[in-house]
Write a protein that binds this ligand. Structure first.
Ligand SMILES: [Ca+2]
Ligand SMILES: [Ca+2]
Ligand SMILES: [Ca+2]
Length: 461
């Protein structure tokens, strides 16, 4: 039986070396035949789709996300035999979320069982156009995924024009210049295919605050890591444009490579307009006893883990607030749709109100999972398998990073504490622990943890 796990085998460069020194620049092309270029198929409307309403009514409108004003104005549907219809220009495989307005009443499409929550307790209908001759991408079984984590800033600098260092930051915490152009060059060269990688996890593309902020070690850092989201609808200019990011996704798909992005939803940077306009969407930075509610300071990392702020400059969303939740879920959905990605790596899951996860999953599956599941893997940085498992089921996450397995590998293999029999016993209990259909991500290192090699014994016996 295959273990239900994604193998996370490789790491981006996390040292302070310039991105241009990334190894592998002389890696020869794998020689694999690339799949037909699907990017041209997705770029523009090339065909049309006819949507029909079969039922009674005097006047019927189509409302939906098929146009910028599709939800507010919609289009009138023409009366035909047995109902109403309208024909829309679409891209091949364009997903349309819609409702009919029949004599002033909003209803789902009675002829379409695929539906997605509308955020207000009811549902929209969902359909996908399939009208061109664009080659369909082969579906992946996520258990076969070999994932490479690309920290965009530290990977490859393909365009020095977008380099914009932050003042007051020492070099190791500074932006190093990596960008989408550099990443696309490596994809086009076949660098990842040659490594056997078929999935990329990219750091968050969302615009980050551009100022320096202190780390827990007292040094000043930039937002090169992507975890200080500021303008949630905009992409980070230091990595390039959103069009260049879309070109990365399309280039990866053309090479048979899936793409996940890191989605950061727990908090924003204090400079974020969302925080400044909606402070009531966030937990207050007070612990109720005269202190702050920063995790590990005035509040507890454990008992207050949902509400505590990671830093005094990182306001923490209160997703018990339905408006905050609707806004954030819509933002996540729009990033997934605009980029046409295949999954999310979701940050800081145990610090989140779980209703955010269930709301996201309820929309993601009907709207984004067509040829394969939209893979959602969480980061719950914890040694408790029970806690990690509590977020893994069909209503939330497909899997999580397997921190307990990593800990056991480090203990038994690198630290030589215990035996390989111990590890085998752990593996026996771990396979299947997270439940039917779960796909955990196996790893020994990523940006959340120190390099595994530093755990290794200095003097093997
Ligand atoms: Ca650059
Ligand atoms: Ca920025
Ligand atoms: Ca939180």
């Amino acid at each position: 039986m295959r273990p239900a796990a994604v193998c996370l085998v490789l790491l981006a460069i996390l040292c302070g070396c310039p991105a241009s020194q990334n190894p592998g620049s002389d890696t020869p092309d794998s020689g694999m035949n690339p799949e037909p270029d699907a990017s041209t198929c997705e770029a523009k409307p090339t065909c049309s789709v006819t949507i029909r309403y079969t039922g009674a009514g005097g006047s019927v409108q189509l409302r939906g996300d098929f146009a910028a004003n599709g939800w507010t104005q919609g289009v009138a549907m023409m009366k035909v035999d047995g109902g109403f219809e309208v024909t829309l220009p679409v891209r091949d495989q364009q997903v349309i979320v819609y409702k009919f307005v029949v004599d002033g009443n909003w209803i789902m499409d009675p002829g379409n069982g695929r539906k997605s929550p509308d955020g207000f307790g009811a549902f929209n209908s969902v359909m996908r156009a399939d009208c061109d001759k664009c080659p369909a991408r082969a579906a992946i079984d996520w258990r076969d995924s070999i994932m490479y984590f690309v920290m965009i800033d530290r990977f490859a600098n393909g365009d020095t024009v977008n380099d914009a260092p932050v003042s007051g930051v020492e070099q190791p915490g500074q932006y190093q210049g990596g960008d989408y152009k550099g990443l696309k060059q490596k994809i086009d060269e076949g660098y990842f295919n040659a490594l056997g990688v078929n999935t990329l996890w990219l750091t968050s593309p969302i615009d980050n605050a551009d100022n320096a902020n202190p780390g827990s070690d007292g040094h000043q850092y930039s937002g090169y890591h992507g975890y200080w989201p500021k303008n949630l609808d905009a992409s980070e200019s230091k990595y390039g444009t959103e069009a260049e990011l879309k070109a990365v996704v399309d280039a990866a798909h053309a090479k048979g490579i899936q793409v996940l992005i890191d989605y950061v939803m727990n908090h924003v940077h204090a400079d974020s307009p969302i925080y400044q306009q909606h402070q009531d969407w966030f937990w207050p930075n007070t612990n109720g006893s005269g202190g702050n509610c920063v995790c590990g300071q005035g509040c507890s990392w454990d008992n207050d883990r949902i509400r505590c702020w990671f830093d005094p400059f990182l306001p923490d969303f209160d997703f018990r607030n339905a408006d905050a939740r609707r806004y954030s879920i819509e933002n996540a959905m729009q990033w997934a749709k605009r980029l046409g990605i295949d999954g999310f790596r979701l940050d800081a899951v145990k610090h989140l109100e779980t209703v955010w996860l269930t709301d996201l999953r309820a929309r993601m599956t009907p709207e984004m999972a067509w040829d394969q599941p939209f893979y959602m893997v969480g980061e719950t940085f914890d040694g408790s398998r029970d806690l990690i498992k509590s977020y893994v089921d069909q209503t939330m996450l497909d899997g999580q990073f397997d921190f307990p397995l990593r800990g056991k590998i480090l203990e038994n293999v690198l630290r030589r504490d215990g035996s390989m029999t111990d590890l085998a016993g752990f593996l026996s209990s771990n396979d299947g622990f997270y439940g039917q259909g779960s796909v955990m991500s196996t790893f020994i290192g990523n940006h959340d943890v120190p390099r595994a090699v530093h755990i290794a014994e200095d003097s093997p016996q």
